[in-house]
Design a protein around this ligand. Structure first.
Ligand code: FES
Length: 94
């Protein structure tokens, strides 16, 4: 029987970002999508009917993880590394 082996990893330094005005703790080297999901964010954006949207592909093709970062629209959270002081808001559906 083959057994899975857990690799030792070292987490990056702690940093702070803001999502919808709330402070979230993240770690250097994480993607924004990982940090938001780990913090329990339940919707990266809302559809026109108010349904939550969350990452689907996690590799940059679906845009379901789109958020606004420092007033830049349609930033794919799954392709974006966190950095200290990021201001993140839900992407508005127009
Ligand atoms: S989760 Fe699909 S583009 Fe980010």
């Amino acid at each position: 029987m083959v057994k899975a082996r857990r690799l030792a990893t070292k987490r990056g330094g702690e940093l702070r970002i803001a999502f919808e005005g709330e402070t979230i703790t993240a770690f250097e080297g994480e993607t924004l999508a990982s940090a938001l999901l780990a913090a329990g964010v339940a919707a990266f954006s809302l559809t026109r009917t108010g349904e939550p949207r969350l990452p689907f592909c996690n590799m940059g093709t679906c845009f379901d993880c789109a958020v606004r970062v420092d007033d830049r629209e349609l930033v794919r959270a799954c392709l974006t590394d966190v950095r200290e002081g990021m201001r993140v808001r839900r992407q508005e559906v127009k």
